[in-house]
Design a binder for this molecule. Sequence first.
Ligand code: GLU
Length: 293
Amino acid sequence: MKESASCVSFRQRLKDKKRIVVKIGSSSLQHPETGDLDYTKLDVLVRELCDMRNKGKDVALVTSGAIAVGRKAVHLKDSCQPGERTIAEKQACAAIGQARLMMIYQKIFAEYNQVAAQILMTKNTIVDNLNRYNAHNTFSELFKLGVVPIVNENDTVATYEIEFGDNDSLSAIVAALVEADLLILLSDIDGLYTDDPRKNKDAEFIQVVEELSSELMEMGKPSTGSNVGTGGMNTKLVAAKIATSSNIDMVIANSKDIKALHRILDGQDIGTLFVGNQNTYFDLPEFVEKMHS
Ligand code: GLU
């Protein structure tokens, strides 16, 4: 696709972002052969985040991996079909894995002399006014102290009624809550295509989405039979909706190269950029309350 002048200027303004939320998914943190954590990737991720801090930016990380790490720790096989595990088993794995995951993050952040903190959330954190107010103040205080909040869903207690369900949406909700100006989703895909590139060789890569039309949102839904919905694009488009409606720019980039993080902040053309919309009114608690209902 051709690059327009506005596309270049949208990229250039990423250089001035001050508060950045980065999301990384479980599959990006594991070795595909064994399911064990990829320490090299984790190290590069933390180094990139610490370097953002050294540039004076506020940084928060939304990380998955609790359930996967817990499952490994107690030698549960990864080969179950979806729905085969009980909720209690998943929650037990999350309880084991979240602590382990944080231990590893703390260790690597400490190597770079950076203090990190843990925040676990459920839908109630956003929907309940007092909870939301307190969570907002906690994040603000952590940023003031120069600390990197590390966020995950509180999987050990979250059941259907109070769960976000996926960390793509959660990261956009966090970005909106903390009034971030950029959200970066590190994923196992390069970004958004006009069609599934694995099935359609004519699929074109989309560098910038200036307006998230309802047509584009529909394309992401698996139920429509569209190929764009494969590879978890639906949750990423929901995240884009939350972020851009809250006037936050969002980039989806491939986690194969985590060093892309600083290049995105240098204004380089990496992944798909969804441009924040300053002219929308967005009610975060109302949106979160209606999720899944
Ligand atoms: N919160 C889950 C975990 O940490 C993952 C959810 C997701 O990846 O979207 O294991």
